[in-house]
Design a protein around this ligand. Structure first.
Ligand code: NAX
Length: 326
């Protein structure tokens, strides 16, 4: 059988971790023939809970689970890691300002970026889930100068999947038939889900729906506020769907999309007027373990204003953490 891949997961005691780890160990992320070693990081007080999760992982008797490491030291967690899913983050507590949240997470992701730089495989593929995901990914990338920038990504896939399901409901078509959807920008309510290029069975989704008011007043806000709607209904933030999106993101990056578009938060190369290195949601295809941005899409006036608004928010976040990056 294949040699095991080392998969580091941070925030392993958290809600998303509780869905994610079992699916990774089941082969949903890297394939049913790929053994994995899980390297689990959380903060010291959460380690007993991580050990409980590990007991449950053992009790699943997953044939692909070749080992588990539990630690509160990022350098141990990231040692020789082939994949790193950075899920753990400081949640916004009551009365905490956005600025303080950025600061607290900035501290976590500079440390973890440096630890990746020092300890991980030179090919490590990094997905940041913990919020603010784009800016945390930007900080980790900037803190790991010896690793390729393209290996740092942020999770926009949950937004992409949410948009797909809204479009399936509106058109009455199966969700799996929708192609060429894009979600631009920040993983936040400012993101811009864009179905102007989308097709179902070769037919234009925009023509099928033919309702700009629905796009503007229903679709975009519903996708943007979906996370808040789930918190309202469940009393907890999305976890299983977030874990599912993380699996989708890493699986597609690793195993390819066969020409289908997906959305990834990636460091910009300057395309579409998004300055280089800004971690921004773009449509991509994946093949041979690499993603390729879809280029040359026409950006109309409405789309430009949406793409600029979410960019502006990313600039503000970047400026808020600039002092941490020296
Ligand atoms: P939980 O609060 O259930 O779990 C977070 C875990 O991270 C805890 O076990 C905590 O101890 C750990 N942690 C905190 N600081 C750490 C550090 N420095 N190193 C390692 N572990 C640390 O949150 P959960 O619901 O699992 O969500 C995790 C993150 O995902 C949050 O930041 C959340 O906002 C974010 N999300 C991002 C989404 C996305 O689409 N990008 C969607 C879902 C989710 O809201």
């Amino acid at each position: 059988s294949k040699p095991a891949k080392r998969v580091a997961v941070t925030g392993a005691a958290g809600q998303i971790g509780y869905s994610l780890l079992f699916r990774i160990a089941n082969g949903d992320m890297l394939g049913k023939d790929q053994p994995v070693i899980l390297q689990l990081l959380d903060i010291t007080p959460a380690l007993p809970a991580v050990r409980g999760v590990v007991m449950e992982l053992e009790d699943c008797a997953f044939p692909l689970l070749a080992g588990v490491v539990v630690t509160d030291d990022p350098k141990v967690a990231f040692k020789d890691a082939d994949y790193a899913l950075l899920v753990g983050a400081r949640p916004r507590s009551k009365g905490m300002e956005r600025k303080d949240l950025l600061e607290a997470n900035g501290a976590i992701f500079t440390v973890q970026g440096r630890a990746l730089d020092e300890a991980a495989s030179r090919d490590v593929r990094v997905l940041v889930v913990g919020n603010p995901a784009n800016t945390n990914a930007y900080i980790a990338m900037k803190s790991a100068p010896s690793l390729p920038k393209k290996n740092f990504t942020a999770m926009l896939r949950l937004d992409h999947n949410r948009a797909l399901s809204q479009l399936a409901a509106r058109t009455g078509k199966p969700v799996g038939q929708i192609e060429k959807l894009a979600v631009w920008g920040n993983h936040s309510p400012t993101m811009y889900p864009d179905y102007r290029f989308a097709t179902i069975g070769g037919q234009s989704v925009k023509a099928m729906i033919n309702d700009d008011a629905w796009n503007r007043d229903a679709f975009i806000p519903t996708v943007g506020k979906r996370g808040a709607a789930i918190i309202e209904a469940r009393g907890l933030s999305s976890a299983a769907s977030a874990a599912n999106a993380a699996i989708d993101h890493m699986r597609d990056w690793t195993l390819g999309t066969n020409g289908r578009w997906v959305t990834m938060g990636i460091p910009s190369d300057g395309s579409y007027g998004i300055p280089e290195d800004i971690m921004y949601g773009f449509p991509v295809t994946c093949a041979g373990g690499e993603y390729t941005m879809i280029k040359g899409l026409e950006i109309d006036e409405f789309s430009r204003s949406k793409m600029d608004a979410t960019l502006k928010e990313l600039f503000e976040e970047r400026d808020g953490v600039a002092h941490l990056l020296g």
